[in-house]
Design a protein around this ligand. Structure first.
Ligand SMILES: Nc1ncnc2c1ncn2[C@@H]1O[C@H](COP(=O)(O)OP(=O)(O)O)[C@@H](O)[C@H]1O
Ligand SMILES: [Mg+2]
Length: 252
């Protein structure tokens, strides 16, 4: 293991000068940001500002055109590296929960460990039950996804990410598809995960939540990190006019 991986002062995740274009459309233009262990960083920015693209680049669902992404001291964009091994250290949760509808909740959680990690069934199920308990849904192990509310399904999707014991959770607008009355339970869970020390990078439209739970906020604009700083400062007293303008627009 490289020294950086053992050095607590080194960032867990380091995005360095990442560039990503789709054809002529440059979406990420020299984006750099670090996330330290146990830190929660919120990505904010207008729709189309590249939040999802950045998370997808980190999860290696998209290739970067330039730049480096280091996780635990290793450059995970290095084509010689095993992408599956790197991805196994990352838990990704999407807006749409993408649970398998014809499989019980427990089986949704044991699938990846059994297929990817070759974890024996009994052990995978024990880990799955622990993860379900962590999201407060132990009693739903035998339910099918459509028997759960949207908020519960999203909590299962989060448990599915936790079961792989990731070093970091990437969360992409995980409350955007939910009815307003179900948003709270998911945000509550994320706050709880933060309290337990989980490192998270999350794209969100929930400014109140970002302010409460995020240690730092990154405002993406024109393909760059336009402003970054402590959540209370960026959201409460932004330094740059574009950030002010964005916040005025989203908070009305
Ligand atoms: N696979 C793709 N092909 C072409 N353009 C894409 C693709 N994915 C995203 N984009 C474009 O990249 C820009 C940023 O999108 P996205 O990362 O989804 O922004 P955000 O999540 O901040 O709303 C948008 O203009 C979007 O249309
Ligand atoms: Mg998005």
């Amino acid at each position: 293991m490289p020294d950086a991986a053992r050095d607590d002062a080194a960032p867990l995740l380091s995005v360095q000068a990442v560039r990503k274009a789709f054809g002529a459309h440059v979406v990420l233009d020299d984006v750099s940001l670090d996330v330290h262990r146990h830190q929660v960083v919120a990505l904010i920015g207008a729709s189309g500002s590249g939040k999802s693209t950045l998370l997808r680049c980190i999860d290696l669902l998209e290739d970067v055109d330039d730049g480096v992404i280091e996780l635990e001291g290793r450059d995970i964009t290095d084509p010689r590296l095993d992408a599956d091994a790197a991805r196994a250290r990352i838990g990704m949760v999407f807006q749409s929960y993408n649970l398998f509808p014809h499989r019980r909740v427990l089986d949704n959680l044991t699938l990846a460990p059994r297929l990817v990690r070759r974890t024996p069934r009994a052990e995978a199920e024990e880990r799955a039950r622990t993860a379900l308990d962590r999201v407060g849904l132990a009693r739903k192990a035998d339910a099918f996804p459509d028997q759960l509310s949207g908020g519960e399904q999203q909590r299962v999707a989060i448990a599915r990410a936790l079961v792989m014991e990731p070093a970091i959770l990437l969360l992409d607008e995980v409350t955007s598809a939910l009815d307003p009355e179900l948003v709270g339970e998911v945000l509550e869970l994320l706050a709880d995960l933060k309290r337990s020390g989980m490192t998270m990078l999350l794209a969100t439209h929930e400014m109140g939540f970002a302010r409460e739970v995020a240690d730092e906020v990154c405002f993406l604009h024109a393909g760059q990190v336009h402003e970054r700083g402590p959540a209370h400062q960026v959201l409460g007293d932004p330094r740059r006019e574009r950030t002010r303008e964005f916040l005025r627009r989203v908070t009305g």
